[in-house]
Design a protein around this ligand. Structure first.
Ligand code: MIG
Length: 757
């Protein structure tokens, strides 16, 4: 195999906003995207690069200086010092602190088509990120592969799984940086796992060494930059934040309606029912089974009357069957993936022999998008994209299969994203001004622009519940805020204790969906006995109480990319304890709620509370942070803590998000000794009018020194659905141990409240 290491610079040229540096082996191109983002693309044969992920353009100009030894590209926030002989790429802060340097010996190298970048490892360097990856929060000492894979029954260490996010954050010496390797080939990351701690390395089976270096000095700012580059989510439909009930499968319209009815009868709040693959006729996408789902429109109307939305699954595989519309269309218009000789690729999935739409083509995406009328006409508003790694029986799709003008290995990791894009764009058009909900299993960086994700086929045991939380937390670092896991575990049967515990964690999961595999015991809240049902109900009610807070947190994801569920490493980056495997599953839900996942067999737990002060949500008990505390953790009370200074808007319990509620917005302020604030956001929860200013937004501020809570003037034209605000003050008197609640009710337009304490 031919092995080449990037050699000496031979020529340096500026062409407009790009700097081109040639060596005998290759050429490197450098662009500045923003003061904190510099991109480097090193290729042996330069080709125009079209990114699936990046939606920004580089800045118009690039400033650099050159000496005998190096070329320096400096912005107001970051320096790239390129050493010329040999060509190496080293990043520093503006005050010359090392952020990340190439390994001086090996730098960028090729072996055959494989391209790898070896980088120096700093002694105390930690790594977080890569999205849906098993293992520890701190990825130092681990290695990973990105190759989107259907992974049924995967264990808690399995790799790769369904998604690819080649983006990580490096942490050392009190400094932070991010690196996004934008390459859809099978890719590899090694964080000092197998190099005797000398180097970290990453690379891919093909394509270019094409990366974006993010030099902002805080993890939230790096996430903001990464999601600026790759896009942010839009406001989700409010109903998708409610409780979602799924199963593979509810076998008939009657069963779906029975289950929905029972939620109302049992007074367990819920918003969403799902149809898994059995609603279709012979697994043909965009059809309904004529016997078991004879009248989809009627069924959906009944669901609607009960305030339920329906989500239906779609897979990419189109059954080979003459007379089936999607098949005939696809053949006529040549929409399916092919071998190089033009023969259509066939593989077996649920429908039997299938062709696979070539989602890399715009005309195919448009066709796919329009096909959703079969679902939207009867009233479906949520679209679940499964099996889009893409998956087929046997798994090993031949490398000769072509998508667009590329072979499968080059773009496999983006197939799911392109399907989600086609689904999102198509259904958005069909639904008029309504927000569709799209859920996808496979994804690549940037998928947050189109879809929520779930973490695939987990299993019903404690270690999987904890892993699920780490996956959610890690996906948050890579721009995916709206993520769920199958609550209860997809494969296997949870014990009642696990079901109850997992459900209580689901309250604090960005997307809250109960789902289970065919053949497992039923999972609905009422099948676990009265006592457990009562706990499950109470927890789901808590989810609905928190909706105003959750919706505002999603608004933050749309604005800055900050995820709803946040590993503690995002806000407490410098605190060593947050990486301790004992505490690594803990996370912040929004700005101010700390949640500690607990196994279903443990009823007291050691929880690490970062610096500051915290209150137990359920009791109001106050704790000093910066230490671990051992707290009771019965199945009725997951350890959840509120950060001192927190401002948390809540509402009354409703049975679904389409209920108006009692009109009272309850804003809890938890006393803290420092000034704090919260951006409250509301809109109609279903349309795109908020993008034209039809929202209700105000900042709420608490100043403990002045003893003042201030509500800023309302921004936007939306009329809040709450006509009164109640201020609930917690912990506002000295020497008071438990919650001290004082109610102040005032009209929505009142601006400032003086508190004397
Ligand atoms: O081959 O549609 O991950 O959530 O219930 C299995 C049936 C296909 C895999 C998904 C799972 C879904 C199941 N699907």
């Amino acid at each position: 195999m031919q092995t080449e290491i990037l050699g000496n610079a031979e020529g340096i040229k500026q062409h407009g906003n790009v700097l081109i540096i040639k060596t005998p082996e290759a050429e490197a191109r450098v662009w500045v995207y923003s003061p904190t983002i510099i991109s480097v693309c090193i290729s042996r044969e330069y080709r125009e690069y079209e990114s699936f992920a990046v939606i920004q353009e580089p800045a118009d100009k690039i400033d650099f200086t050159e000496t005998d030894k190096e070329v320096v590209i400096a912005t107001s926030a970051l320096q790239l010092r390129v050493s010329k002989s040999p060509l190496r790429f080293n990043f520093y802060t503006v005050d010359d602190k090392v952020l990340s340097e190439d390994d001086p010996r090996f730098g960028v190298n090729w072996q055959g088509e494989r391209v790898i970048n070896y980088r120096k490892l700093v002694a105390d360097e930690k790594f977080i990120g890569l999205g849906e990856k098993t293992g520890n929060l701190n990825r130092r000492g681990s290695s990973y592969v990105n190759w989107n894979t259907d992974a049924p029954l995967h264990g808690v260490d399995a790799d790769p799984l369904y998604k690819t996010f080649p983006f990580f954050v490096g942490l050392h010496s009190g400094l932070t940086y991010g690196l996004f390797f934008d390459n859809t080939h099978k890719s590899y990351f090694d964080f000092g796992a197998t190099t005797d701690d000398q180097m970290s390395w990453f690379g891919a089976d093909g394509g270019d060494m094409n990366y974006y270096f993010l030099g902002a000095q805080s993890v939230p700012k790096i996430i903001e930059d990464y999601t600026w580059l790759t896009g942010r989510m839009e406001m989700p439909p409010l109903w998708s934040l409610g409780y979602q009930q799924c199963r593979w499968s509810y076998m008939s319209a009657d069963e779906i309606l029975d289950i929905a009815e029972n939620f109302r009868k049992e007074k367990i709040p819920a918003d969403v029912m799902y149809c898994d693959i059995d609603y279709m006729d012979d697994y043909k996408i965009f059809t309904w089974n004529k016997k078991t789902f004879a009248d989809p429109k009627g069924m959906i109307a009944k669901l609607k009357a009960m305030h339920f939305k329906l989500v239906t699954i779609v897979d990419p595989g189109i059954k080979v069957e003459k007379g089936y519309k999607q098949y005939d269309d696809g053949i006529d218009k040549d929409y399916f993936a092919k071998y190089p000789d033009g023969e259509k690729y066939v593989a077996n999935v649920w429908p039997g022999r299938c062709h696979f739409p070539d989602f890399f083509r715009k005309d195919v995406r448009e066709w796919w998008g329009k096909s959703f009328t079969a679902l939207t006409n009867p009233g479906v508003e949520g679209f679940w994209n499964d099996m889009n790694e893409p998956a087929a029986w046997g798994q090993n799709m031949p490398w000769l299969v072509k998508f667009g003008d590329k072979y499968m290995p080059e773009v496999r990791n983006a197939y799911g994203m392109e399907m989600a894009k086609a689904t999102y764009e198509g259904t958005k058009k069909l639904l008029g001004n309504k927000r569709p909900f799209v859920l996808t299993r496979a994804a690549y960086s940037g998928t947050q622009r189109y879809s929520a994700v779930w973490t695939g086929d987990n299993s019903a045991y404690d270690a999987h519940m904890l892993l699920g939380q780490r996956l959610v937390n890690s996906l948050g670092i890579t721009g995916i805020s709206m993520v769920g896991v199958d609550i209860g575990g997809f494969s296997g049967d949870p014990t009642p204790e696990l079901m109850v515990r997992w459900n209580s964690l689901g309250v604090y999961t960005p997307m809250f969906r109960n789902h289970a595999q065919q053949g497992t015991i039923m999972r609905e809240p009422w099948v676990w006995g009265k006592k457990n049902e009562d706990i499950i109900r109470k927890d789901i009610e808590q989810r609905y109480r928190l909706l105003p807070y959750l919706y505002s947190s999603y608004y933050q994801s749309c604005q800055t990319g900050m995820p709803v569920s946040r590993t503690l490493a995002i806000n407490y980056t410098g605190d060593e304890n947050v990486y301790d495997v004992k505490y690594q599953n803990e996370f912040l839900f929004g700005d101010a709620i700390l949640v500690a996942p607990v196994e279903s067999t443990r009823f007291t737990e050691e929880v690490y509370l970062p610096g500051g002060e915290w209150y137990r949500f359920s009791t109001g008990e106050k704790f000093k942070g910066g230490r671990a505390v051992t707290v009771p953790a019965p199945l009725t009370d997951l350890p959840v803590f509120i950060k001192a200074g927190a401002i948390i808007p809540m509402q009354n319990v409703i049975q679904s998000t389409s209920e108006k509620g009692d009109g009272l917005l309850e804003i809890s302020v938890w006393y803290g000794s420092e000034t704090s604030s919260f951006v409250y956001y509301e809109d109609d929860g279903s349309s795109y009018d908020y993008q034209k200013g039809d929202y209700y937004k105000r900042e709420i501020r608490f100043d403990p020194v002045k003893g003042e809570i201030t509500f800023s003037k309302v921004e936007g034209s939306f009329q809040s659905k709450y006509d009164r605000i109640r201020l609930v003050l917690h912990g506002f008197e000295k020497n008071v141990k438990t919650t001290n609640v004082r109610d102040v009710i005032f009209n929505n337009d009142r601006a400032a409240i003086k508190i004397d304490y």
